[in-house]
Design a protein around this ligand. Structure first.
Ligand SMILES: Cc1cc2nc3c(=O)[nH]c(=O)nc-3n(C[C@H](O)[C@H](O)[C@H](O)COP(=O)(O)OP(=O)(O)OC[C@H]3O[C@@H](n4cnc5c(N)ncnc54)[C@H](O)[C@@H]3O)c2cc1C
Length: 280
């Protein structure tokens, strides 16, 4: 699978369910041009209704040459998969594509820990709304990467770096099960912390991650792969806990048990071992 550009809908591509029926207008007056989260949920709901793992994107109503020239890479990649998108429907599904939220920073990438900076997708600079707009992520990486580097230079003048030694008791090696855990994490997140969320699913995800983190306890990762998996366990748990704390829906965070948009404009932050809402 690979990512299809949203601009294909912008140029006139339409979504159809597996029975060949358009459906987006049943969910939003802007139909295929509705905001990202609305279209994702419309597709998700249609996939459930038709018991299918995909819907179709139909570009066959557009001029053949226009499609080839406007989307040359997608056209050729689909051809490699044996699909001529000027003549055939493309099977599509929503996918996790960007991590909204992250380590809270100021507008110079400074985190709450002195000397620690975050930029790019890992950071929460506050520049994105309830949906990140297409292509703003790369722009964010460039702008805030530069800004945090400048801040680090200024802040570190006349300062000496302190080395922080962590006192680990034992070592743990999960590299043999890297692929297994990766798949489990992806499935847990997709099923419970995905397009449509509810308390029970989020609690299920939290208990999966708790169980894994208990096994790790305060052991030292034996290698990079183990470190990556442990980080994913922590991030997955934090995402599920934050989503469970947020009893309302906004943009890509949709709670079917709290479908109304929460009135307050707040973020959920994790500080001193606790989640709490803050206005920003
Ligand atoms: C399929 C897809 C298509 C996308 N298309 C677009 C688009 O068209 N426009 C747009 O703006 N955005 C797009 N995005 C989002 C965008 O690509 C990402 O948000 C962006 O690349 C994030 O950049 P980054 O440098 O912050 O993080 P990353 O690119 O994830 O880089 C982080 C780096 O850190 C390394 N790393 C991780 N852990 C450690 C560690 N412990 N120690 C050392 N190194 C570590 C990783 O290996 C990686 O190289 C897309 C995303 C996806 C998945």
């Amino acid at each position: 699978a690979f990512l299809l550009s949203e601009s294909m809908r912008g140029e006139g591509g339409v979504l159809k369910n597996i029975h060949g029926k358009r459906f987006c207008h049943n969910y939003h007056k802007l139909a295929e041009l509705a905001p990202r989260d609305v279209v994702s949920r419309a597709i998700f709901s249609e996939m459930q209704k038709t018991d299918s793992e995909f819907v179709y994107l139909d570009l066959t109503g557009l001029e053949k040459d226009f499609v080839k020239n406007r989307f040359p890479k997608i056209y050729n990649t689909c051809l490699d998969f044996g699909l001529d998108i000027t003549k055939e429907y493309i099977p599509v599904s929503p996918a996790a594509h960007y991590y909204m939220g992250g380590v809270e920073t100021d507008l110079w990438g400074r985190t709450s820990i002195e000397g620690l900076y975050a930029a790019g997708e890992t950071a929460c600079t506050g520049v994105h709304g309830a949906n990140r707009l297409a292509s703003n992520s790369l722009l964010e990486g460039v702008v805030f990467g530069g800004r945090s580097a400048k801040a680090a230079i200024v802040d570190s003048k006349h300062k000496t770096l302190q080395k922080n030694n962590v006192d680990y008791k034992d070592e743990i090696d999960l590299s043999d099960k890297y692929e297994v855990y990766l798949q489990e994490i992806q499935e847990t997140m997709w099923e419970n912390v995905g397009v449509v969320r509810n308390f029970d699913g989020l609690a299920k995800a939290v208990s999966y991650f708790n169980e894994k983190l208990e096994m790790i306890s305060d052991k030292k990762p034996a290698n990079q792969k183990t470190g990556e998996i442990i980080n994913m366990f922590y991030v997955g748990k934090l995402m599920a806990l934050a989503a469970a704390s947020r009893e309302g829906s906004r943009g890509a965070h949709f709670r079917e048990d709290f479908p109304e948009k929460s009135k307050e404009d707040y973020h959920i932050i994790f500080k001193d071992g606790k989640f709490s809402p803050i206005n920003r």
